[in-house]
Design a protein. Structure first.
Lengths: 260, 298
């Protein structure tokens, strides 16, 4: 059943969120974050800071990792997402591209794309075709390889497929977990352009990255997670100028003159 | 030589019945990572339902109802029992053990009802035979081959062309990524169990048809012979299950047919042959003939 959008311009609100793994390991403490409708927000932080955990709390996959929201709220517009299954997020229009691409290697490119639409039942063929056309317009390379097994694509092509697969669900908010991971610089640049293009078409983006330079150049707003808490937040351009971010995430030296 | 043709036809008939069972094993394993030891009891349940219902409903009606009921029982076992036993990566092992418990409970109850009887299923082909050129074939065997082929083709069409099939194949490759696409893993695997249960009920009819004497309380144990078929096919590969089943069926029929020439191996070697073939194949190809990527579950 197509759910009527309760809110024309929904935003993602994460409010004072606590997440715990295995009832003992605290991964997030009182994290608050907002992704406005149509915006691009970057979430930065070192390994283990809790970036992926935050995405799992939004997409409803914490349970697969024995994690749980112990306090706080995740809302997308009027829809409460914490404690629900991933289907709820997909139907609300929030779709995650997992870290490390995770395409279905033994399935063809075409089947991977069809799998992206599995969360939405009873879609008209015309809608599916429109979603596919949009993906092929963004990634012409995929259109040439529809019958090839996804496992045979290059890393960059797999990342494109992972993003394309998520777009098949026609998301209004796309969660991207480290899309630049393990890609050549040229491909990172290309993925950055694609993210901008997707955003221009009206999809909001929450971008989790270790590549802070790319993330801050795309985002309007950014948050820095430090060991499970929000350390810094602000407009991306401002954050990119702060000493801490330049030193820790942009690889510049403490005097602010750029890397030697 | 008629003897050889006879044996080959018997082998294909036997293999196609094993294929119904092995395809169920593989479907369940792909969807849940569980090795279903409850399959013998589901098969017995299906056969028992046909045996008690065919007087009132006729054979076709009884078979249809038995397939549906067995499918629903299998799906309910998964959804209401197995899926409650953990959800993490070790759950599949625990659930596999739980299927042994379910099998014992179900078989015990059905054995109590069947007792020492030999039940007939009222199938229309009875003990009639057809002459096909040089060989004479039991109609039950022709029916087994035809019906199995149709059912297996139907199952493959489900895998290939339905959203459920795509969900199953995606989830078998990467359950979390499939969940992120909005695939309901609990529903996908419950439907997989339903399909496997229905196929097992269908297999029961042909396992106990002529020249077998009829349904007895030990009939379910025959399902275990489809295990080597599924395993040597690669466990997660439907095509592998088909090939494995044919291999096992042909081996059994040929060994039984040339029993007198193989007397060095002892009486009743046909019963052991499937396992011998499995071990031999696995020695050469440890992951099975058609190891799919999905087989590498952890």
């Amino acid at each position: 059943m197509p759910e009527a959008p309760p809110d024309d311009e929904p935003a993602l609100h994460v409010e004072s969120l606590d997440v715990t793994y295995g009832r003992a390991l605290s991964a997030l403490r009182s994290v608050s974050l907002t992704v406005p409708h149509g915006g691009v927000v970057a979430l930065l932080g070192a390994n283990g800071a809790g970036k992926t955990t935050l995405l799992r709390a939004v997409s409803g996959t914490l349970r697969l990792h024995r994690g749980a929201v112990t306090a706080g709220r995740v809302r997308y517009g009027d829809t409460v997402l914490d404690g629900r299954d991933p289907v709820a997020a997909v139907r609300a229009g929030v779709v995650q591209v997992p870290e490390g691409r995770r395409v279905f290697a033994g399935l063809t490119v075409d089947e991977n794309l069809r799998a992206g639409g599995l969360g939405l039942s009873r879609r008209a063929p015309a809608q599916v075709r429109r979603a596919r056309d949009r993906v092929f317009a963004l990634f012409p390379r995929l259109a040439e390889r529809t019958h090839q097994a996804a496992g045979l694509l290059s890393g960059g092509e797999q990342q494109m497929l992972a993003i394309g697969r998520a777009l098949m669900a026609a998301p209004r908010l796309l969660l991207l977990d480290e899309p630049s991971l393990g890609l050549a610089p040229q491909m990172v640049h290309r993925i950055g352009e694609v993210i901008r293009e997707i955003n221009t078409q009206g999809t909001a983006v929450l971008l989790v990255e270790q590549n802070a330079g790319m993330a801050l150049s795309l985002a309007d707003h950014a948050y820095v997670l430090e060991v499970g808490e929000v350390g810094l937040s602000g407009p991306a351009a401002e954050l990119a100028r702060t000493d801490a971010v330049r030193r820790l995430y942009l690889g510049e030296t403490a005097d602010g003159q750029g890397a030697a | 030589m008629t003897g050889l043709l006879d044996n080959l036809l018997n082998g294909v008939a036997l293999g196609s019945v094993y294929a119904l069972i092995a395809l169920g094993f593989v479907t369940i394993f792909k969807a849940s990572g569980v090795l279903s030891f409850a399959h013998g009891s589901l098969l017995l349940l299906g056969g028992y339902l046909v045996a008690v219902l065919h007087d009132d409903l006729g054979f076709a009606g009884a078979l249809a109802l038995a397939v549906v009921v067995t499918a629903l029982v299998a799906g309910a076992l998964d959804r209401l029992v197995l899926q409650r036993v953990g959800t993490d990566s070790h759950a599949a092992h625990v659930q596999t053990i739980v299927t042994i418990g379910i099998d014992i409970l179900l078989v015990t109850d059905l054995a109590r009802r069947i007792g020492g009887d030999l039940l007939t299923l009222g199938d229309p082909w009875g003990d009639s035979v057809t002459d096909l050129g040089p060989v004479t074939v039991a109609d039950s065997r022709i029916a087994a081959i035809v019906v199995s082929a149709v059912a297996i083709a139907g199952a493959f069409a489900l895998f290939r062309f339905t959203p459920w099939g795509l969900s199953l194949r995606a989830a078998a490759e990467d359950a979390e990524a499939a969940a992120l696409m909005g695939v309901r893993l609990t529903r996908v695997r419950a439907i997989a169990w339903c399909l496997a249960g229905g196929l097992a009920a269908l297999a029961a009819v042909f396992l106990v048809a002529f020249p077998a004497p009829g349904l007895e309380r030990t009939t379910g144990q025959i399902a275990l012979k489809a295990f080597p078929a599924a395993i040597l096919g690669g466990m997660a590969s439907p095509v592998g299950a088909l090939v494995g089943s044919m291999l096992i069926g042909l081996t059994e029929a040929l060994v039984a047919g040339y029993q007198s020439d193989l007397h060095v191996l002892g009486e009743g070697f046909g019963d052991v042959a499937p396992y011998a073939v499995m071990v031999l194949v696995l020695l050469v190809r440890p992951t099975g003939l058609f190891a799919a990527r999905g087989a590498a579950r952890v």
